[in-house]
Design a protein around this ligand. Structure first.
Ligand code: AMP
Length: 438
């Protein structure tokens, strides 16, 4: 078959799935620890949701959306990020009107962007993020930024650095846009095609152009910090001091503008350099969005949020050797030696599973040696072997695959005995996988 996976997508198999499950579980636990409730919204939304929130002038909307017309002639788009859908949902379901604010929500799920696939960049990727909606204090912004740092620390990343910038309020940005345009105007013939368009639609985006010459030009551009209104300035100061007060490592990055139009005031990115020196880009990013809730029909509420890329987290953990040995295992591996014993083994497997043992049933009737090999491959500690003789005598053979010890036990007692052997009323614990799955 010559049908391949679509460009920019990733299949996850075996150990990769267990790694994903482990990371996802850790993320959910941390979100709950910080008082966030979950939210799940559709993978596709009306296209207009993204053009209005993420913004017409953003690269995401201009070039990267998976947009299609459905059979009812609606323009729908696979979500390129999750914030827009989350806010659409809490406005539509009237949660922001009735809920005791601030509202704290976390999400985890796939997002889609038609980008050029490269290291750390996929067309279908997964984001974990939080939204902190209806905040008033700049300390809540700092709290959210710090939550992201804690998430990364709890996953084992020490020394995460946070890049921080303020895009100010609307008045600040308007003043700054005028200054930026004045700076770029004489050089408009030299900048890239994209930047020429950004000049018209969203000149701030010229600052994070990846074209080398434009990147250099951006370094000499006016700085937004010189254009912040006193209110925005003070707000940004408060966020900075709050972060310093709890020892979050941050640095002011004047070039940081972020690609989504709904951001204003504080924006931030989390960076962590892989031990192998590979650069996957920012591991996560976020910012304040003071107008989005209102623009989507809700009350005027300040909000802040961040999103992490799950694949980037996984890549960094893998580089640090922290995912080795993460794989699925079974507690009990039942081997039926021939067709005549299959039903007997089948019933026993059912009993084990109902007693909460992870159980695998082998009905392949291969040699004992090869069956035991398969059991070892599945990391089973015990094999339960059933042959015709055993069945006749109502016994089974239990083999400890670590010690090679073997004993025959009455079939009625095998589940009970296994509970005793594994010291667990229900199931067996692999020490190194404590907390995994269950
Ligand atoms: P953004 O929504 O662009 O602010 O991105 C937030 C995070 O999502 C980034 O820091 C990445 O970790 C992740 N991310 C964004 N785009 C991609 C992509 N195309 N492939 C993989 N991860 C991505």
């Amino acid at each position: 078959m010559d049908i391949k996976q679509p460009k920019g997508t990733k299949d996850a198999l075996f150990g990769e799935v267990e790694a994903l499950e482990q990371v996802e579980q850790a993320l959910l636990n941390i979100a709950k620890l910080y008082g966030y409730a979950g939210i799940r919204t559709p993978i596709f939304e009306h296209t207009e949701l993204f053009t209005r929130s993420v913004g017409d002038s953003s690269d995401i909307v201009r070039k990267e959306m998976y947009t299609f017309t459905d059979k009812g002639d609606r323009s729908l788009t696979l979500r390129p990020e999750l914030t827009a859908g989350v806010i659409r949902s809490v406005v539509e379901q009237k949660v922001v009107h009735s809920y005791d604010l601030p509202l704290k929500l976390y999400y985890l799920g796939p997002a889609f962007r038609y980008e050029r696939p490269q290291l750390g960049r996929l067309r279908q990727f997964h984001q974990f993020g939080v939204e902190h909606i209806g905040i008033t204090s700049p300390l809540s912004v700092a709290e959210t930024i710090a939550t992201g740092v804690t998430v990364l620390e709890m996953l084992g990343f020490q020394g995460v650095s946070v890049s921080l910038n303020s895009l100010g309020d609307e008045a600040s940005r308007n003043a700054y846009k005028t200054a930026l345009k004045a700076y770029y105007e004489p050089q408009l013939n030299d900048v890239c095609e994209d930047c020429r368009q950004r000049y018209e639609t969203n000149p701030l985006r010229m600052l994070d152009c990846k074209v080398p010459a434009d990147h250099d030009r951006a370094k000499n551009a006016p700085k937004i910090s010189d254009y912040l209104t006193p209110i925005s300035q003070a707000y940004f100061q408060s966020v900075q001091s709050a972060l310093s007060a709890i020892n979050v490592q941050w640095h002011h990055d004047e070039q940081l503008v972020r690609g989504l139009d709904y951001y204003a005031d504080c924006v931030f990115e989390y960076h962590y350099v892989s031990k192998t020196g590979k650069d996957y880009g920012a591991i996560g990013a976020g910012g304040q969005y003071p107008r989005l809730v209102e623009e989507l029909g809700g009350p005027s509420l300040m909000a802040v949020g961040f999103a992490f890329g799950i694949e980037r987290i996984i890549a960094l953990l893998a580089d640090a050797g922290r995912l080795e040995g993460v794989r699925s295992y079974v507690d009990v591996y039942i081997i039926s030696m021939e067709e005549a014993t299959d039903t007997y083994a089948f019933k026993l497997a059912h009993n084990f599973r109902y007693t909460n043992f992870k159980t695998e049933l082998n009905l392949e009737h291969r040699s004992m040696k090869s069956s035991i090999k398969s059991a070892v491959k599945r990391d089973a500690v015990y094999a339960v072997i059933i042959g015709v003789e055993e069945m006749k005598n109502n016994v089974v053979t239990i083999k400890n695959l670590q010690t090679q010890e073997q004993q025959q036990v009455p079939v009625q007692e095998v589940v009970h005995l296994m509970q005793h052997l594994t010291n667990q009323p229900g199931h067996h614990h692999h020490d190194e996988e404590e907390g995994h799955h269950e």
